[in-house]
Write a protein that binds this ligand. Structure first.
Ligand SMILES: Nc1ncnc2c1ncn2[C@@H]1O[C@H](COP(=O)(O)OP(=O)(O)OP(=O)(O)O)[C@@H](O)[C@H]1O
Length: 373
């Protein structure tokens, strides 16, 4: 077990003399044994960060440490890091057993010790039936398990997983995700996973570092980033279907705060605490998750009457799409009583405890106090 620290990490590539800042001033500190996901869209710098930790990419500036040990100038093999890449090549003529034990054999580790270690890995990763096989006969999920075994057999202090599930499909992917989580619970090795799949990050990680254009946007538990996104990017990136986000302006009337959509058709009251954060007449970006919009049947205060654009019943939930000029709103309700048609009038209500308001210019959340979850 070990604590991994990234301190003001920077990486610039140069293309035609122009600098590409792939990673900008990234600082993250894991706990011992923590499972951390680096999450962000394609090109945001996740793999470059992982490669710098592994020693496969030079660091432009900043530090990588395991505990107090600085890794910057160490050769990859001296870092005590296990690396499982998605397309990590295995030696095709060798059996799975020989592939996993390759490095130990190269170091002349006694045969009995190797066997003991491989038996441990085989039971941990369910590899017993695969050990005699040739890599070319393995399925995608099996290859991943062997890759992870190869990384773990070195007993690394930190395990790095680069998109381990991205080429697996549907059920195998989900099964492998559960296996990785289970494995982590068993070995408790500090683990960094790179993924662009927010659901994967939410399901696996203790904490998620969300990165955009090489810059850390938020580092928090899955619940923190879901319930309290620090900016509009995180709000839109986490959650499926994504959060409804549209532009509003604030008005103050008789001591209450109202937000009004740009087209004037949505007007709703927000809790009084927002008086401290909002300025009268100013524009904001307003966010609410589809599951935090309910349909109300009676005359509840602060509900808004609108017309259904599209209604979908997808079995376990109903999805109500409402288009009001440029604004699209999606409400997800579980009640089966809602059988609606296009054009039907309904009343919707926002859960005022679960709204998100962002500065229109910076995208930052207007209220910054930490929510304890
Ligand atoms: N060797 C390189 N030379 C020049 N630019 C590079 C190099 N490697 C990465 N980049 C650039 O650095 C940025 C970050 O790339 P990186 O591969 O780390 O992103 P990523 O988040 O892992 O993306 P993906 O999910 O697509 O793998 C991108 O703009 C990429 O084009």
């Amino acid at each position: 077990m070990a604590k991994l620290t990234l301190k003001n990490l920077n990486k610039s590539f140069y293309k035609n003399r122009e600098a590409i800042h792939a990673v900008s001033d990234l600082s993250i500190e894991t706990k011992d044994g923590e499972f951390v996901a680096l999450l962000g869209p394609s090109g945001c710098g996740k793999s470059t960060t992982l490669r710098m930790i592994a020693g496969l990419e030079d660091i432009t500036s900043g530090e990588v440490l395991i505990g107090e040990r600085k890794l910057n100038d160490l050769h990859p093999k001296d870092r005590n890091i296990g690396l499982a890449f998605e397309n990590y090549a295995m030696y095709p003529p060798l059996s799975v057993y020989d592939n996993i034990s390759f490095n130990m054999r190269a170091k002349n580790v006694p045969k009995e010790t190797i066997k003991k270690e491989i038996d441990k890995m085989a039971s941990l990763l369910d590899l017993k039936d695969l050990l005699a096989m040739n890599p070319s006969a393995l399925s995608g999920g099996q290859k991943q398990r062997v890759n992870i075994a190869r990384a773990l057999i070195r007993r690394p202090e930190v395990l790095l997983l680069d998109e381990p599930l991205s080429h697996l499909d549907g059920k195998v992917r989900q099964k492998m995700r559960t296996e990785i989580k289970h494995l982590h619970n068993e070995i408790n090795c500090t683990t960094i996973i790179v993924t662009h799949d927010q659901l994967e990050a939410m399901a696996l990680a203790d904490r998620i570092a969300i990165i955009k254009d090489g810059v850390l946007q938020q580092f928090g538990t899955p619940l923190e980033v879901f319930n309290h996104p620090q900016n509009e990017f995180v709000a839109g990136f986490i959650g499926e279907p994504p959060m409804n986000i549209f532009t509003v302006f604030a008005t103050f009337k008789e001591g209450s705060v109202y937000l009004v959509s740009k087209n004037g058709k949505l007007r709703f009251n927000v809790p009084d605490k927002y008086k401290d954060y909002l300025e009268e007449g100013k524009e904001y970006r307003f966010g609410i998750r589809p599951t935090d919009i309910s349909v109300v049947t009676d005359d509840q205060p602060y509900s808004t009457e609108l017309n259904v654009t599209v209604f979908e019943n997808v079995g376990e939930e109903c999805r109500i799409h409402i288009k009001i000029e440029e604004d699209n709103i999606l409400s997800i309700v579980s009640e089966e009583i809602y059988k609606l048609d296009t054009g039907d009038g309904i009343k919707i209500k926002f859960d005022s405890d679960r709204i998100h308001i962002f500065d229109v210019n910076t995208g930052e959340r207007v209220e910054k106090q930490k929510v304890l979850i």
